[in-house]
Ligand binder design. Sequence first.
Ligand SMILES: [Mn+2]
Length: 332
Amino acid sequence: MAVTAGMLNTSHIGYTDASTQESWQTDMSDFKFVPDYTMYANQFSFLGVPLCADISASSADLAILGVPYDLATSGRPGTRSGPTAIRQASANLRWEEARWPWSFNLADRLSAVDCGDVMYPFGDSPAFVAALEDTASEIVTSGKTLLSFGGDHFVALPLIRAHYPTYGPVALIHFDAHTDTDPDGGVYDHGAMFHHACEEGLLDEEHSVQVGIRTSYPVDDHPFTVLDADWVCSHEPSEVAARIIEIVGDRSAYVSFDIDCLDPAYAPGTGTPVVGGVSSNAALQIIRCLAPLNLIGMDIVEVSPAYDKSEITALAAATLGLEFMYLKASQL
Ligand SMILES: [Mn+2]
């Protein structure tokens, strides 16, 4: 049976039509979460945090959401498999009680849940956007910080829309090889969503910054400050972070991290790799230095596991996500 947007039910973890309302629901109500610090077993969620089927009822500080969508990709597809790969890679990060070099145990300060993946009728981008905006809005309005794993970079647009009613125009901290501001890009285009975000008034352009850019863009007619890859790679991470903090100031800031900001040596599993990028460690250090900022959410996108049989791209994404969680925990 064809599934249309009108058949979407209110649950983010299942879609069905009215006649089979119960049949496609994922029921995790009797799932007993058992801490398991093996690096291979029971890896159902990011870092093994509890799965959450009722967002509004959860009192967690932070919610993880997978966004398995790759229909806006211009080059090689495959990021629909990103969230699952990132969760699996996070098995490598579970054993450390206090992640180096942080001095506290994450769970002592921050409670987190994994809300699973947004589901939508495959091939139906309008239904996807509606489903993602609904789920992300529920997370944001319930007071949680949202950490999303893509998915291609288009997913950032519905995610930022979901933050707008609560935070107004946000300062964007955008890590990427590409500016993703193509004025001629389509509605569903992972190279144009920040153009559309500006058009929709979702961003505080003056206080937004793009980091690691190394592809062409109209330098003289561009809405954001750019810290290009050459500049980033020739400065200390602390200096890069200081410049980001200077630009963003006291604004509510949303971090959007395209894994292709990293050099393909560190992140080969992505659709549109560009050589000459930032190292994993530099990126981690930059994120770690952003504690003075009011960070409201983060997405990590464009992980395409099929192009990386050594899984270092998913591991880099998982580690960046964990770093963001420590950063948020350090602010609590
Ligand atoms: Mn990119």
